[in-house]
Design a protein around this ligand. Sequence first.
Ligand code: ADP
Ligand code: ADP
Length: 228
Amino acid sequence: MIELKNVIKEYPNGITALKGIDLKIEQGEFIYIVGASGSGKSTLIKTLYREERVTSGIIKVNEYDLMRMKNSRVPYLRRELGVVFQDFRLLPRLTAYENVAYAMEVIEKRPEEIRTRVIEVLEMVGLKDKIRRYPNELSGGEQQRVAIARAITNKPSILIADEPTGNLDPDTSDEIMEILERINQQNTTVIMATHNQGIVDKYVHRVLTIRQGHLISDQEEGAYRYEA
Ligand code: ADP
Ligand code: ADP
C-alpha cells in the first residue's frame, strides 16, 4: 500500500512541484497520473522510489516510511518497485537477455534462478525469439518490452511507469498496455504517468489529475479530462 499525506516537494531552485498531495493506493490497483507538462507528475513518481526526497508530509510505500528512511535502506525499497521510462533506459552494450539478467545479478540471485527467470519474463513480454539482440537492433516497442521485463523480473509489488508509451505509435502502445494489464492482473500495483488520452479512455482505471502541484481530481474508473 502507498499513502501520502500533505506531501510537499520544493526543489532547491524554489519551485514547489507538489503542493500538499493526499493519496492512498491499495495493493493491486491500476492508477493513471495525468496532467499538463510541468504539473508535477514526474516529481510525484520520483518521490515514490526516493529519487527525490519530499520537503514535508508523510509518504509511505509498503513498510517503508520514506521521510524517515535512511539512504542506506533505499536499495531495499527499490527491490519492491519496478520502474520503466519513456526512453527505455536499457544498457546499450548488453543484449535483451543481459539487460534483464543484470537486474537480478546486482541483487545476487543464483545463476540458475537468473537463467530460468530471464527466459520466463522475456517470454511473458513476447520477446523470447530476440533475447540475443542489442537494444539498437530492436524497435521502440520491443525495447520497452525489454525494459518492462527488467522491471518485473524481481517480482516487485509495484510497477511505476513514467510515460511508457510516450515514444510509441498507437498500435505499439496498445501492445505495451496489454502487457501492463497482464502484470496488474497478477496483483502488481501499476502506477502510470501519461499524456495519452486514447490509452486512458480505452483501458479504464482510476485516474488522478494533477494541476500545478495540486491533486485536482481522483476518479475511480476515470477518463482523461485535465484542463490546462
Ligand atoms: P511533469 O512530469 O508533470 O511534466 P515535473 O514533475 O517534471 O512535471 O515538473 C513539475 C515542476 O517542477 C516544473 O515546474 C518543473 O520545471 C519543476 N522541476 C522538475 N524537476 C525539477 C528539478 N530537478 N529541479 C527543479 N525544478 C524541477
Ligand atoms: P520528465 O518530465 O520526464 O521528468 P523533463 O524533461 O521534465 O522530463 O526533465 C528531465 C530532467 O530534468 C529530470 O531529471 C527533471 O528532474 C529535470 N528538470 C526538469 N525541470 C527542471 C528544472 N526546472 N530545473 C532543473 N531540473 C529540471
